[in-house]
Design a binder for this molecule. Structure first.
Ligand code: F6R
Length: 353
């Protein structure tokens, strides 16, 4: 395997194994998850929601952001991310009739998500919990449940549960627009190809080993990838990584970019990548070291990078483009002598109110 060390006791062994496991998880969802997904799609269609609200935290919130783009693009419905604090801290009780409220969580255990789901259901929303923990509190609070088929995630840093969330959300929304998930069939093979570049990512980790600050940027469907890449780097390698949409970067924060702050960009095939391309020369003008994960053309225009296989459908690119960043976070942590399986300040189930 490309990411894993030979020894199962090496530091980061749990995270490495779960990064490598992702294509098998996707195959499992495609082989055995489709009928459950079709049943949930039919139950949602029967209620004809007019708005989709997504509620999640951390990595799962990045999957929610991906789903927000998909709802808008595939279903033509408005979608937004909920603010759990408005329910749990400020006690609001919004009118949620005609709303589909989707809670996304690996553990299904965070109190604020469970409360938001229960309140949403009482306020008239159709509620759906998507978790990797069947029977969790979030499942119990929701009317509909969908499981992730990712297998137990033992590493503290979420990796395989994240891409399982992305694929499940894609397949659900694709089904709701009348699709059969055919575009996703090649994903396990493509994921395997991306994992094969793991040694090259390990070399790049040596380059960024001493970085104290990083900027990560992507546009459109790749913006959730940029956010998730930054989170993985912060929690495992303790590097201050800040993510921006390529559009937002130009609205001011560009001023902080210089030769001291490497910029990681996600530039895949499709409209989002084309919209980000004009940012790259601006980064070079600012003297930044630019690492790109994306098309071979974009990698050639950057300082260094990892080229993704050609022909990945843009809607599914977030699944494959996150892999090199997961590997980078793992390898930078290991190069710094930090165990990414035991990050300071993070537990597997995060409980917030
Ligand atoms: C990131 C991570 C956290 C969790 C977040 C949500 O690697 O582990 O950011 O993603 O605490 O947890 P769940 O998905 O269990 O609700």
């Amino acid at each position: 395997m490309a990411t894993s060390d030979d020894s199962s006791t090496a530091i980061g062994a749990l995270m490495a194994a779960e990064v490598d496991e992702q294509p098998a998880v996707w195959a499992e969802i495609l082989d055995n998850g489709m009928s459950e997904i079709a049943a949930i799609a039919a139950a949602i269609e029967a209620r004809q929601p007019r708005f989709v609200m997504l509620v999640a935290r951390g990595t799962s919130d990045h999957a929610a952001l991906y789903a927000k783009y998909l709802v808008e693009m595939l279903l033509g419905l408005p979608a937004g991310l909920a603010s759990p604090s408005s329910v749990t801290v400020y006690g609001t009780r919004p009118d949620l009739r005609d709303v589909l409220l989707v809670g996304i969580s690996q553990s299904g255990g965070s109190t604020d998500l469970v409360t938001t789901m229960a309140v949403g259901r009482a306020q008239g929303a159709l509620t759906l919990a998507i978790t990797n923990s069947p029977g969790s509190a979030l499942d119990a609070a929701a009317e509909l449940n969908l499981s992730l088929h990712a297998g137990t995630e033992r590493a503290v840093a979420a990796t395989k549960s994240y891409t399982a969330q992305l694929l499940t959300l894609y397949l659900l929304l694709d089904r709701m627009r009348g699709g059969d998930g055919a575009e996703a069939r090649e994903l396990p093979a493509l994921g395997g190809e991306v994992l094969g570049a793991g040694l090259r990512v390990r070399d790049l980790a040596a380059r960024y080993r001493f970085a104290q600050r990083l900027v990560v940027t992507g546009r459109g469907l790749s913006y959730p990838t940029a956010r998730e890449a930054a989170l993985k780097l912060m929690e495992t390698s303790y590097v201050a990584a800040q993510a921006f949409s390529g559009a937002d970067l130009l609205h001011g924060p560009m001023a902080m970019v210089d030769a001291q702050i490497p910029v990681l960009i996600v530039l895949s095939e499709g409209a989002g990548g084309r919209a980000l391309a004009p940012v790259v020369p601006r980064l070079h003008e600012a003297g930044a070291d630019v690492m790109c994960v994306g098309t071979s053309q974009a990698v050639a225009a950057a300082t260094v990078g990892i080229a993704l296989p050609a022909g990945v459908p843009e809607l599914l690119s977030p699944l494959v483009e996150i892999i090199p960043f997961q590997q980078l976070a793992l390898h930078i942590a290991v190069a710094r002598g930090v165990d990414p399986d035991a990050p300071r300040g993070l537990q597997k189930v995060t409980r917030t109110v």
